[in-house]
Design a protein around this ligand. Structure first.
Ligand code: FAD
Length: 419
């Protein structure tokens, strides 16, 4: 078989993260191939929990992610399906403690935007279909990777293979490619599944996101406009299967009972999907001419809605690093360049993983002491404006060392890009 042409970058996995990176690299002039087995079609989700049904999840996009999409001129398409979060209400079932955060506290028009995952995928697919520099490969990586001094060879299910100077591994939390590279992971199984569904209630959510902590795990409702909301219910695996197969009216009554009367009656529910909740953190972000991105690098408990937002900050840093290398005629898979990217990402990953993990532990451990501690924490957050503002600002993703794209700087990045 003849050797395939050498690509600058191959991205294995076209979920929201791989596709976002491909979109961010469009203007760099680098020759990019994106390998994804499920068709990247407008309207299709990426990974779905049960089989290949459209993804029922919605993502709460932080301000840093909105800025990323604005910089790539993709926000217009995404905003059509976006609902602004103007308030967040955090409470505990059976206790008086609660926190109320509002966009006004931060002098922002919104605390974030909720977008159904298929809308994000559709916007990305639309961009990539018309892109000049991205080759879409409808196939999957299969078989042993080969890492030579100058390139990496990626075999595909079809029997073809690709050769690239840099392989970006974005094939999800259970990444086979990461395993092949022998990159060890730290893994925490929360012993919970997230059940996700779109629901309708009888009162308008009016831009309010709800996070309610119950003895058996957190329950979140993200506003989708009017009375529609995206529900995320964290449950023990056996309870999740029971809730998934309940009749609609039983399910709605059980949700009402668990959530309380805040939003009136629960009227309708769409398809229910279940996602096992595991925190997986790769102990290294890079290997020779390879770099991990998205869930393959770090997957988080969804309680704080940070997984994709964190991943996009990594994508932005990588895109800027590669853009700067392309402009300087440097090798995109050079070890110094990849090491610098990994170093810059360390603090953000560490910080986000820690506070998400603490939140997940505090609200998934059923210990009485944990209950008292979290009530105290919630009361303190609610009463101390400085603390509340700090917490809300972290949740917007606008922390220190933010990559240029996440500040809304359009490519080419000039001196705003990574050096
Ligand atoms: C219930 C829930 C709610 C969430 N809510 C939020 C939120 O509000 N805010 C937030 O920021 N984050 C949220 N997240 C996290 C967010 O969904 C993830 O961070 C994000 O989906 C990760 O995307 P990814 O592209 O890295 O991985 P995936 O979505 O897993 O995509 C991996 C892709 O790789 C492809 N693939 C797999 N194997 C191969 C192969 N061999 N070859 C080629 N391709 C392959 C798959 O087909 C898939 O398309 C939530 C997660 C869950 C579970």
């Amino acid at each position: 078989m003849s050797e395939p042409a050498l690509r600058d970058v191959v991205i294995a996995g076209g979920g929201m993260v791989g596709a976002s990176l491909a979109a961010a690299l469009e203007s760099t002039g680098l020759a990019v191939s994106l390998v994804e087995p499920s068709a990247l079609e407008p309207g299709k989700g990426g990974q779905s929990g049960s089989g290949r049904d459209p993804d029922q999840r919605a993502t709460a996009l932080a301000l840093s992610s909105r800025r990323f999409f604005e910089a790539l001129d993709l926000w217009g398409a995404i905003a059509e399906g976006a609902t602004p979060i103007r308030h967040i209400h955090v409470s505990e079932r059976g206790r008086f403690s609660r926190v109320r955060l509002s966009a006004e506290d931060l002098e922002l028009p919104a605390l974030g935007h909720v977008v159904p995952n298929p809308m994000i995928n559709a916007a990305l697919a639309g961009r990539l279909e018309t892109g000049a520099n991205t080759e879409l490969v409808a196939d999957s990586a299969r078989g042993e990777l080969e890492q030579s001094k100058e390139w990496v060879a990626l075999p595909l299910s079809s029997g073809q293979w690709l050769r690239t100077r840099l392989l970006v591994i974005a094939d999800g939390a259970r990444s086979r490619l990461r395993e092949q590279l022998d990159i060890p992971v730290n893994q925490v199984d929360f012993g919970q599944h997230a059940l996700v569904a779109n629901v309708e209630v009888s009162r308008d959510l009016a831009g309010r996101a709800w996070e309610r902590f119950t003895d058996s795990g957190p329950m979140a409702l993200l506003p989708l406009g009017g009375r529609r909301a995206n529900l995320v219910l964290c449950l023990r695996p056996e309870a999740a299967s029971r809730w998934q197969t309940m009749k609609d009216h039983e399910f709605l009554a059980a949700c009402h009972e668990r959530f309380g009367a805040h939003l009136g009656a629960w009227r309708a529910v769409g398809k229910r999907q279940v996602f096992p909740l595991v925190q997986v953190r790769a102990r290294a972000l890079t290997s020779h001419r390879c770099v991990l991105a998205g869930n393959a690098a770090m997957s988080l408990h969804p309680v704080a809605g940070q997984g994709f937002n964190l991943a996009l900050r990594g994508v932005a840093d990588l895109a800027e690093t590669l853009a700067a290398a392309a402009a300087a005629g440097q090798d995109p898979g050079g070890p110094g360049l990849l090491a610098a990217h990994a170093k810059r990402r360390e603090a953000d990953i560490e910080f986000t993983a820690r506070w998400t993990r603490s939140l997940a532990d505090a609200f998934t451990l059923g210990l009485p002491a944990a209950g008292l501690a979290r009530s105290g924490a919630l009361l303190m957050l609610d009463r101390v404006p400085v603390l509340r503002r700090w917490f809300a600002r972290r949740a917007t993703g606008m922390g220190p060392g933010l990559p240029a794209l996440c500040r809304g700087v359009r490519p080419p990045f000039g001196d705003a890009g990574a050096s």
